[in-house]
Design a protein around this ligand. Structure first.
Ligand SMILES: [Zn+2]
Length: 198
């Protein structure tokens, strides 16, 4: 029997995605054996992130700086904005390293069922960014779910009349596919073959 504290640590780790109780216990044992090295490193890394974590005012990405590393990067093309549902989607796309522009995180998707309305997402902020000028293309990279596509359609409508090209990811995406779970090759393909909306 482990102490209450060790059980608490196991329990916390077991809630992480991809870990279950068994893997969590193994991780805890592994860390206990490496108290001076790995445990301390993990502790420091967690505290640093906890302390510095901030949401980017411009794009909604989560980073340790505001504006985030992507928004602050002068090598990135400000004329192109890729719109995603969640931070996880941004990270997935950015891992594929094919999109060199900036991003915009909506913070979810429109959903009648869950009562998510346009004003619950950062759509207004996106329109402001485009209205400020200097943006040539908005890439709608919503998930290939019904709600994702409804969201993309809604945003495309709101962007109508603004002098910006609106494209969306090619439907090489599996139906119901969540960006975060796609391999980088599939994502890259969908991005390369993006097409105008409408
Ligand atoms: Zn940002």
């Amino acid at each position: 029997m482990a102490s209450q504290e060790i059980e608490a640590l196991s329990g916390a780790l077991a809630r992480l995605p991809g870990l279950g109780p068994r893997s969590a216990r193994r991780a805890v044992l592994w860390l206990i054996k490496r108290r001076e090295t790995a445990l301390e490193q993990l502790l420091n890394a967690l505290m640093q992130v906890q302390e510095l974590l901030v949401e980017c005012d411009t794009c909604g990405n989560v980073d340790t700086t505001n504006p985030c590393g992507i928004c602050a990067d002068p090598r990135r093309d400000v004329r192109s904005i890729c719109v995603v549902e969640e931070v996880a989607d941004l990270w997935a796309l950015d891992r594929a390293r094919l999109f060199t522009g900036k991003y915009h995180v909506l913070g979810g998707r429109l959903s009648a069922l869950e009562g998510v309305r346009p004003e619950d997402l950062t759509i207004g902020k996106l329109l402001d960014r485009v209205a400020q000028g200097g943006v040539d293309e908005v890439v709608l990279a919503m998930n290939a779910t019904l709600e994702g596509q409804t969201t993309a359609h809604y945003i495309a409508e709101r962007l109508e009349g603004m002098t910006v090209r609106v494209t969306q990811l090619a439907h090489g995406l599996p139906v119901g596919g969540e960006l975060d779970y796609l391999d980088e090759g599939t994502l890259a393909q969908a991005l390369r073959a993006r097409r105008p909306v409408g």
